[in-house]
Ligand binder design. Structure first.
Ligand code: MN
Length: 486
């Protein structure tokens, strides 16, 4: 039954996309089929897989939502509609302006815009993953744009859904286009370090295996290699000092149950010296996205530093596949209860997703929701602020109005005369808060001046301002104050 519905979807999509081609020269249908395959690998439910096959038909072919509903039912039609809307998320955002300032969360906004169904976002993530895998066929400017957006929006989204494997693949491909030179440098660095650590790792593996076996513990032990992009981010945090990064290579121990996790932790500590302050118990206290594992960094007898990650099989699957894994673990049950809006079948560490979906649908229905009760603190090093039209701009925490203005456009930046935050006139020294609606007031003339350097924290704004002041002093040297000297 299931296979037949999927086959039918493939047939209909193939006919609908007939005569259309990808930039690579492939027939268009290659793309929806690849998206289907990804969703199958993630063990998504049948309707999600069918919607994946059909996801581009409403936008790009003569097929309508009505056709899809008639053939595959309301659930599939809603999913396809959601993906189509997500493609036009800007216009979708306008529609939800009415929910401001209640909706401060990016994911929540996406959920409202797409009809409150997280599966829409999962289809979108599969779509984006295939587009990234085939990015080389596009012209360079498009490559950069898609890659950048993937780093800023989609990889964090995957992280938020605890889809670790997806996050790593997306961010590494995207980073290789955004900054190819750096990507290659770091990739080589990681490979080189791993080569030189190979012997040590083998020795550690043998020692740990022997100990665990002697205790009669069933386990899987493997090395995990840090992804290029996460190393890049971590180096930025540690002044580019690679020796300060202890989890470049880590060992992963997967066992049957939670009690054994703690037992293994104790055994490893009896073998090697744990480093102070480097034991993190994400089993007792899961990360916000539901990630669970015990991490500990130890010093071996040869004075080598290595991180261990200890978790159960189920925790491991969640860490790799996140929300998608829950569809796998609860397969039919979840899909059924999901449709009825029941939430009891989701594991507790992922309940927030259901809460978020419920909040989105209540907001959509015009009801008030106490969002403080939800765990919404996404992207903690970033804030999201909004233009009066509802477009989202993400900035580093601590950004000021001029950072925002330069981010919108350098020509807006150089003509700033004032700022309204949440409708109130405010000073250019005001720190922007997550969820603020920021309106930049501009005049016709250039107003940029050297004192603005104190009202800016982002490198982008700083560089633009530097350029503009340099340019102005060339044209009208007398009217411009001297450049600040350090
Ligand atoms: Mn697509």
């Amino acid at each position: 039954m299931g296979k037949r519905r999927i086959d039918k979807a493939i047939k209909i999509a193939t006919e609908a996309h007939e005569g259309q081609f990808r930039k690579s020269g492939d027939p268009y249908i290659v793309h929806p089929l690849a998206v289907m395959k990804i969703l199958e690998d993630w063990h998504m439910d049948e309707n999600t897989i069918i919607a994946g096959v059909l996801h581009d038909t409403v936008e790009d072919t003569k097929l309508t939502l009505k056709d899809i509903e008639a053939e595959f039912g309301e659930d599939v039609a809603r999913l396809v509609d959601g993906v189509t809307k997500l493609g036009k998320v800007r216009s979708g955002m306008k529609d939800i302006d009415t929910y401001l300032p209640q909706t401060r969360d990016n994911l929540l906004r996406l959920l409202i815009a797409t009809g409150s169904d997280i599966r829409v976002l999962i289809i979108k993530l599969a779509d984006r993953l295939h587009n990234l895998r085939t990015l080389s066929a596009l012209p360079p400017d498009k490559q950069k744009k898609i890659a950048k957006e993937s780093l800023e929006v989609f990889a964090p989204l995957a992280d938020r859904l605890n889809m670790g494997r997806l996050r790593v693949e997306m961010s590494d491909i995207a980073f290789s286009y955004v900054n190819p030179k750096r990507y290659n440098e770091l990739k080589e660095l990681i490979e080189e370090r791993n080569r030189s650590a190979e012997k040590t790792l083998l020795k550690i593996k043998a020692e740990v295996s022997e100990l665990l076996e002697s205790e009669g513990i069933k386990f899987e032990l493997s090395g995990r290699i840090k992804s290029v992009y996460s190393l890049h981010k971590k180096l930025a945090k540690y002044d580019q000092n690679i020796d300060a990064i202890y989890d470049l290579t880590a060992m992963r121990v997967i066992v049957d149950d939670i009690t054994t996790c703690y037992l293994v932790l104790g055994l490893i500590h009896s073998l090697y010296t744990p480093m102070a302050g480097r034991i993190k118990d994400y089993i007792a206290m899961p990360k916000q996205n539901g990630y669970q594992s015990i991490h500990t960094t130890v010093i071996t007898k040869d004075k080598k530093i290595i991180e261990f990650q200890i978790r159960t099989r189920e925790m491991h699957d969640y860490a790799e596949h996140g929300l998608a894994a829950s569809f796998y673990y609860n397969e039919q049950k979840l899909t059924e209860s999901y449709k009825q809006g029941k939430i009891q079948h989701l594991p507790t560490n992922l309940l927030w997703i259901m809460e978020l979906q419920q909040a989105a649908s209540q907001l959509r229905a015009g009801k008030k929701v106490d969002l403080n009760k939800l765990k919404l603190n996404l992207f903690s090093d970033k804030i999201f602020v909004y233009t009066p039209k509802g477009d989202i701009v993400d900035l580093p925490n601590g950004s000021l109005p001029l950072d925002f203005a330069y981010r919108l456009h350098s020509e807006i930046g150089e003509r700033v005369t004032g700022v309204k935050i949440n409708g109130k006139m405010s000073s250019l020294n005001t720190k922007l808060q997550h969820g603020d609606v920021v309106e930049i007031l501009t005049g016709k003339a250039q107003t940029a001046k050297p004192t603005w350097f104190e009202k800016i924290i982002t490198p982008h704004a700083r560089n633009k301002l530097k350029q503009q002041l340099g340019r102005a002093s060339e044209i009208i040297p007398k009217m411009t104050p001297p450049k600040p000297k350090k």
